[in-house]
Design a binder for this molecule. Structure first.
Ligand code: SAM
Length: 422
């Protein structure tokens, strides 16, 4: 593609993504679907440019103010993810001079908001939680998230899969914390691998793997994945249960559960029962009340722990959305807890960074449910032989607290309770 045409296409995609009416990955996929002639390198430049603009939106808008021409074109120039000379060959003299001027700006002279590129409503709670750790978080959000896979413990050993991947030219290292994880070098395509087709590996962030581990699902148990979605945790739980017992995968979205089916077929699990529910107080849930050994609530959340992958979320969420989510999270946790038998365990988890969706929900649940005892996540991780478990937890060891800048995973939270009395 000619440089001028590619830059124009980048500006067009930037315009569509910045409407924020749909998730950026959906907008990019649709853009590519409608333009099948685009080659892989053009697609990479387009997607990376659009994501760069979303990530550094406040800075780029600030720098773009001094340029000329359409705003999205200026933003696309600033975020352009290709070769610099290639880009310059698409620019007129005025644009070249402007680009040279703005790229010479000393970053230390920029205001805070142009350095962190976050909305103010998000900055305040993060600074309060992290103190000096706020800036390392900001830096980590500019990096790309690693590609982790979970090895299916039902059928395979991690080291053997690592060697099998090496033979296919894919280098991988064991993940530092999850006993099932491999962290791959680069972003190799996996779907054509035999290990993928036979269900030996599934793409899953190491943090997600640890959430499933906390449930400690065992052979022969009755287990519920309450917000199963496409079943990332379900598959891990099923393997922990050695394909015995009964594992219900519930979700209000039948569409998301559909995406579990091919994964389930690959995994060879036969103990999983997916079912769409109308809401968290569905009749189906009521019938199972008091009968379940393990429940995992991977609650719908702001997703702000996944900003490396989904940087548009910081612009698509708001305090109003968060308040509404908190109400739903509390209601879902409350209903899910009714499923437990005495001695059963419930895990509440999110991929949010914010206390409002995490510690606050957990504290309110503890206060309202005297029959539930909080378990120390640190102790649970120790008994699961996860090394360095104190590094993964809140200071008191109660909660799982994973951060991209500290653990390399997405941001995750988990709290765990045991039902001690009726
Ligand atoms: C964080 S996602 C789950 C991801 C999934 N556990 C995985 O590992 O792939 C949250 C899920 O909660 C579902 N959800 C939202 N409201 C719900 C409710 N009231 N009851 C059950 N599931 C709900 C959403 O449809 C969404 O799939």
């Amino acid at each position: 593609m000619h440089p001028k045409a590619l830059l124009e296409a980048c500006a067009e995609l930037v315009r569509e993504v910045l409407r924020f009416d749909h998730p950026a990955d959906a907008v990019v996929s649709r853009y590519f679907r409608e333009r099948r002639a685009l080659g892989p390198r053009e697609r990479a430049t387009l997607a990376e440019t659009a994501y760069a603009v979303v990530r550094r939106k406040l800075l780029f808008e600030h720098l773009a103010a001094s340029g000329s021409g359409p705003r999205e074109r200026r933003l696309a120039i600033l975020g352009f993810a290709g070769d610099r000379d290639f880009l310059k060959s698409a620019l007129n003299d005025q644009e070249k001079a402007w680009l040279d001027r703005v790229t010479a700006v000393d970053p230390s002279t920029l205001s805070e908001r142009h350095r962190h590129n976050l909305p103010e409503w998000l900055v305040a709670p993060l600074k309060e939680q992290l103190g000096d750790g706020f800036w390392p978080l900001v830096e980590s959000l500019d990096e790309s998230a690693p590609l982790d896979v979970r090895v299916n413990a039902l059928s395979d050993k991690r080291e053997e899969i690592r060697q099998e991947l090496a033979l296919a030219g894919i280098r991988a290292q064991p993940t530092p914390y999850s006993p099932w994880g491999l962290r791959l070098e680069g972003k190799p395509a996996l779907t054509r691998l035999d290990a993928f087709a036979r269900g030996a590996i599934e793409v899953q962030d190491e943090g997600s793997q640890l959430l499933a581990l906390l449930a400690d699902a065992r052979r022969g148990q009755m287990v519920v994945d309450f917000c199963a979605g496409a079943g990332g945790k379900t598959l891990a739980l099923g393997a922990m249960m050695r394909n015995t017992g009964r594992l219900y995968a519930f979700d209000v979205s039948a569409h998301r559960l559909e995406n579990l089916k091919p994964r389930l077929a690959r995994s060879k699990l036969s103990n999983v029962h997916p079912a769409a529910i109308a809401h968290e107080r569905d009749e189906r849930i009521k019938r199972l009340g008091g009968k379940i050994d393990r429940v995992i609530v991977d609650a719908p959340c702001s997703g702000l722990g996944t900003l490396r992958r989904n940087p548009d979320l910081k612009w698509r969420q708001s305090p109003e959305v968060l308040a509404e989510l908190a109400t739903r999270q509390a209601a879902i946790l409350d209903s899910a807890a009714r499923l437990l038998k005495t001695g059963g365990r419930i895990v509440y988890a999110t991929c949010s960074l914010l206390r409002a969706e995490n510690e606050d929900i957990a504290a309110a649940f503890t206060a309202a449910h005297p029959g539930f005892k909080r378990l120390s996540v640190q102790e649970l991780l120790e008994s699961a032989r996860v090394g360095d478990s104190s590094k993964l937890c809140s200071e008191d060891g109660q909660d799982l607290r994973l951060w991209p800048q500290r653990h390399g995973t997405d941001g995750f939270y988990a709290a765990v309770w045991e039902k001690v009395q009726h």
